[in-house]
Design a binder for this molecule. Sequence first.
Ligand SMILES: Nc1nc2c(ncn2[C@@H]2O[C@H](COP(=O)(O)OP(=O)(O)OP(=O)(O)O)[C@@H](O)[C@H]2O)c(=O)[nH]1
Ligand SMILES: [Mg+2]
Length: 266
Amino acid sequence: MVSLHGEIVMTYIVVFTGPAGSGKTSLTRAYGDWLRTTLFLNVCQANFDPGTESLPYNPCFDIRRYFTLREIMSRYSLGPNGAFVKAVQIISQKIDEFMAEKPFNSPEDWDVIIIDTPGQLEAFIFQPETRILLNKFYEIGRTVIVYLIDSSLIETAADAITMWFLGILLQIKIGLDVVPVVTKADILSGDKKEIITRLISSPEKLLENISDYEGIISDIVPDLVSIAVKTRGAYRPVLVSINDPHSIEDLHYYIHEVACSCGDLT
Ligand SMILES: Nc1nc2c(ncn2[C@@H]2O[C@H](COP(=O)(O)OP(=O)(O)OP(=O)(O)O)[C@@H](O)[C@H]2O)c(=O)[nH]1
Ligand SMILES: [Mg+2]
């Protein structure tokens, strides 16, 4: 891709990860549509979820052309989670085959490649083989791994901290930086919005709700919060709804800031 100023610009690769149902597929669709219609960019949406039955976007790469979760379950007599672990092994064996295919063999044809991943974190993204796949993306484009925090799972500060730790574990497992983004912002009530904003920008303030906890939880939460403070990174809270184009625009500029490391993320 060549910019208006004539320099070669690397393709952006945005990987959406997060727990089951956190909104990866919906955001892959909404963000891709927004990039096309608002910025007129060439966007490729790639599906790496062999378990999905239907997609709301037209994928330029679809892992299901190679295998589906159902096929693996029946071929190897596995349950769904065992089949995901097997799927990751097959992916690691086939990485070179995938990389020889559109869009990975010619990333310069695209401005942005969005990667939609399965929600079974422990069976997919936590597997050592997935790290090999993610590293391949870094070789071919300016890659940002986004960790989606599902608003609908957060009722209390303890829920928020739990979700934050899942993101930390993800970073430790894959050995790569992961950027937090909150999804389903349209269903967030005022107090939940406050908890999520504190979680990302000033987790130490979550301790103000400490009197809400009893027993062992009240002993542990301060320690967890102090780890959240240490691992917070220079991120600002980004709350996205697929129904709000302004929030998608904010997501886009946030991803751009992270990818370029040229903006103030706080
Ligand atoms: N209200 C609201 N609902 C959303 C939003 N994004 C996704 N959803 C809903 O959340 C549910 C899960 O969305 P998906 O996009 O399938 O989530 P996913 O992370 O791809 O799910 P898995 O691939 O199964 O892990 C669906 O019912 C979506 O309609 C949002 O911004 N607002
Ligand atoms: Mg999905």
